[in-house]
Design a protein around this ligand. Structure first.
Ligand code: LLP
Length: 464
């Protein structure tokens, strides 16, 4: 067996042992190996056998990789931050019992943005016998009154996003409510460049121009226990500078709060660390990203004469993205002479809406031909009735045949969580693999599941 991280996919990277790899820098899950017949194994399971057993498309999640990403965050904070730190998982990346459960057992908390994500996080903690106290932060720019109540009753910290929400909470004066205030930082990021704008055009968070009014309002409501400030810049970010700038800004806000009598103890710098989707992508390692964030906060505190806060971050993609692949069966193909060749798989935009939504670029391999020469350039098409349902343009593949198993990499984040039933495709199953064991963590939907919300009004039946 050959560990293929360095060999095939990360050529040029300066690591060979997965112990040294930052999980977010891997294209294939860190436990990936290839046997002498050129077959891909993940978490000790052979991928084509998993597909034969569980069907396709199939999300395959590597438990070792997911746990390792959690540990890399935790260890980096231990190493670089002398104060208290807390890593919470942005569960929007993939919210289900098993993913939340694994992350909870690694000691991380949760960022949830809806009643449904809250319910999932709470259930996973409960099933594992873990105490949710202090673990769940409830985000969202338009939480319903029911969601707010649900959050308060389950002792979440409410990350207050806007005046409407704050005014509702102000009326809940019969109980103490633990809140954070989310502010729009005015730091914009793009994947390969970043611009700082004076223009704060975002639907999330309070405008920092309102800071005075905001702090006065909160200071005058004793039942609102304002423990922290929050800001998130963006997602799939490769630079560290924006987060260092953010550190400075947020400590400045924390200092301003003092003059209103608000002792803010927690600063949350959001998520956003990018992952590798292609060989060209070069995100910083989890360790170096955490180091720079810590440095930024420590320096800002020194400059502004503040003591170190409890420091929080809330990554999603970089925890779960790189440890999962999606395996499909190849079906039809078509060559348009002089233009391109299409190879179609049995899923597409319903299980991975990112290419059609964000023009995201993915890479793939053929699980049963890992050592075959890459002789073809093909367009990997999905099976949806939509011309734009293309998973990968110009994929370099070996010669394939119907029935081969095509594996798209780095699909752990914002794939299952954004999946749909477009064209009434049942959502795929997901398996958790570890040391040769494979456990179903999300059952494949069947046609009855597709109809389980459908109703036929009596009237229609009577008229038949
Ligand atoms: N915190 C807040 C407040 C967020 O809005 C997000 C992501 C995160 C944390 C986690 O960011 P991450 O570490 O995953 O970059 N669907 C898009 C991504 C949307 C991200 C939304 N917010 C995609 O597929 O690329």
């Amino acid at each position: 067996m050959v560990s293929i991280q360095a060999k095939i996919l990360n050529s040029g990277a300066d690591y060979l042992q997965y112990e040294q790899v930052s999980v977010n820098q891997c294209l294939l899950p860190i436990t990936s190996e290839v046997d002498a017949d050129g077959h891909l194994f993940i978490g000790g399971s052979e991928v084509t056998s998993l597909v034969a057993r569980f069907g396709s498309p199939l999300y395959i999640l590597d438990e070792v990789g997911l746990r390792k990403a959690c540990q890399q965050y935790q260890e980096a904070f231990k190493q670089f931050y002398p104060g208290t730190a807390q890593v919470i998982y942005a569960s929007k990346a993939w919210s289900c019992l098993a993913v939340c459960g694994i992350i909870a057992t690694e000691g991380l908390g949760f960022d949830v943005v809806s009643g449904g994500e809250l319910y999932t996080a709470l259930r996973s903690l409960k099933e594992l016998g873990l105490d949710p106290e202090g673990k769940i932060y409830f985000h969202g720019n338009n939480k319903s009154p029911e969601e707010l109540r649900q959050g308060i009753e389950s002792n979440c910290t409410i990350v207050v996003d806007n005046w409407w929400e704050l005014e509702q909470l102000a009326q809940w004066s019969d109980q103490k409510i633990r809140i954070m205030l989310r502010l729009t930082p005015g730091i914009e990021c793009h994947t390969h460049e970043y611009i700082r704008t004076g223009h704060l055009d975002s639907k999330f968070g309070f405008d920092p121009h309102d800071l005075k009014k905001l702090f006065e309002f909160v200071a005058g409501r004793s039942h609102l226990n304002c423990v922290g400030l929050h800001a998130h810049i963006g997602s799939q970010i490769f630079e560290s500078q924006p987060h260092q700038d953010l550190a400075k800004l947020i400590v400045t806000w924390q200092k301003q709060a003092l003059s209103y009598g608000l002792q803010i103890q927690e600063l949350n710098l959001g998520g956003g660390l990018g992952i590798r989707y292609t060989e060209q992508d070069d995100p910083p390692s989890i360790q170096s990203w955490v180091e720079l964030v810590c440095q930024g906060v420590i320096e800002a505190c020194q400059d502004l004469g503040m003591s170190l806060p409890k420091l929080m971050v809330e990554p999603g993609r970089s925890l779960v993205g790189s440890s999962c692949v999606t395996a499909y069966r190849i079906g039809s193909s078509k060559t348009v002479p002089g233009i391109r060749s299409y190879v179609a798989v049995d899923g597409g935009m319903s299980d991975n809406p990112r290419p059609i939504t964000y023009q995201s670029v993915y890479r793939c391999v053929v699980a049963n031909r890992m050592t075959a020469p890459l002789t073809e350039t093909v367009t990997v098409a999905g099976k949806h009735c939509e011309s734009g349902d293309i998973l990968i343009h110009n994929a370099r593949l070996p010669k394939t045949e119907p029935g081969d198993v095509l594996v798209v990499m780095s699909t752990g984040a914002y794939n299952y969580s954004m999946a749909s039933n477009y064209n009434r495709l049942p959502r795929p199953a997901a398996v958790l693999v570890n040391q040769g064991e494979a456990n179903l963590i999300l059952r494949r939907e069947n046609y009855e599941d597709l109809l389980c919300q459908d109703l036929l009004p009596e009237r229609l039946l009577e008229s038949k």
